[in-house]
Design a protein around this ligand. Sequence first.
Ligand code: FES
Length: 107
Amino acid sequence: MANITYVEANGASTTVNVPDGWSLMQAATTNGIDGILGECGGSCACATCHCYVDELLMAVLPAPEAGELDMLANVAAERKPNSRLSCQIKASAALDGGSVALPECQE
Ligand code: FES
């Protein structure tokens, strides 16, 4: 389980207790966080779950796999070094206390 804070582009901040194995996209859409759309349901095919991870998450997450990197090339908002697809990030205790900033647009 991990407490993850989502910071939307308008500054609204929501902390969600994400069960182990859930993706950060799944937790966001389940909890009504508007800044993540997740249109493909988490199959790494839409890039509407783009987020910017904080330093804690940067340090503990494995590098993106090829499919995620391909989709990151198609994000609607600016791609940054800490850009990730939240559907590809699975919660675990190691992520506890992390936060993700959400871009102004997803499509
Ligand atoms: S939900 Fe579609 S790529 Fe993440």
